[in-house]
Design a protein around this ligand. Structure first.
Ligand code: CP
Length: 308
């Protein structure tokens, strides 16, 4: 089996068997990440470019490491010092990379749909590393991997996602991906940060934090996206922390072995207390490790499509 599309633009476009293929492949890749010999030649002779128009630590570095661990030529394009800063448009930048022999472009952009536009206009595969408030498919895949690793599967799991749902591409991709794999997603947010009609994506809207967390197998917090909060949608971060921040007390209502997750970066004491972030149930650092494995799996599977 192989991936059907040349690009990874969103979990919207992936079938459950493709997601399972990626998660299975990531299990093998994780062994490499955790070994003392992080060097295989699966992508020898291939070129991977990271093109980030928005800030990132985890996603950009994990893609770069993933490419390097598999022997690819990995190049990071700094948007601020590239010809983008001189006014070059996205398609021209993409075509320039394309004709240099790039095999895979990993792209983050503030505009929803920007990776889709690039993918239509270049030969190389495009991986969406986050497009505005739309999707962040590789984050959701690493979240799903973390859940499957701990719980063995998805069918019937209750996953509570709490926080700034409105601006969260992570929430959207997780709602889509987890839903396709048979989990039940419950969401809770301040009314001003709850998008109208989101339940049509197949999730349940909760009217209290406790309703979301009670009986949950997974409790996932989301970052308050200050860079996207154009208006005063919350009175203050202090008030947000008081009514929507997660702490150990809330976990008492969840299953005893519930996982605590957050895509990062975390605003400690706002979305979650440090006690919860650093608790035994927290999978936040494991998510970061799994991110490298998932990105290795994606690069490998996309590169392998052509060979097949
Ligand atoms: N979770 C996530 O996308 O983190 P970065 O912004 O650091 O890439």
């Amino acid at each position: 089996m192989k991936l059907r599309s040349k690009d990874i633009l969103g979990l919207e476009y992936l079938e459950p068997d493709e997601m399972s293929l990626i998660l299975d492949m990531a299990s093998d890749m994780k062994k490499i990440v955790q070994s003392n010999m992080k060097r295989v030649n699966y992508l020898q002779g291939r070129s991977v470019m990271t093109l980030f128009y928005e800030n990132s630590t985890r996603t950009r570095v994990s893609f770069e490491l993933a490419a390097k661990y598999m022997g690819a030529n990995a190049v990071n394009i700094s948007v601020s010092s590239s010809s983008v800063a001189k006014g070059e448009n996205l398609i021209d930048t993409g075509r320039t990379l394309d004709v240099m022999g790039t095999d895979i472009v990993v792209m983050r952009h503030s505009q929803p749909g920007a990776p889709h536009l690039l993918a239509k206009n270049i030969r190389a595969s495009v991986i969406n590393a986050g497009d505005g408030m739309h999707e962040h498919p590789t984050q959701a895949l690493l979240d799903m991997y973390t859940i499957r690793e701990a719980k063995g599967g998805f069918e019937g799991l209750k996953v509570a996602i709490i926080g700034d749902i409105m601006h969260s591409r992570v929430a959207r991709s997780n709602i889509i991906g987890l839903g396709k794999m048979g989990a039940n997603v419950y969401i809770y947010a301040p009314a001003t940060l709850m998008p109208v009609g989101i339940e049509k994506m197949g999730c349940h809207i909760c009217s209290s934090l406790q309703e979301a967390v009670n009986g949950a197998d997974v409790v996932m917090g989301l970052r308050i996206q200050k860079e996207r909060l154009k208006k005063a949608l919350i009175p203050s971060t202090e008030e947000y922390a008081r009514f929507f921040g997660l702490d150990l007390r809330h976990l008492a209502g969840a299953k005893k072995d519930a996982l605590v997750m957050h895509p990062g970066p975390v605003n400690r004491g706002v979305e979650m207390t440090s006690l919860l972030i650093d608790s035994d149930q927290s999978k936040i650092t494991e998510q970061v490790t799994n991110g490298v494995a998932i990105r290795m799996a994606l690069l490998y599977l996309l590169a392998g499509r052509e060979e097949n």
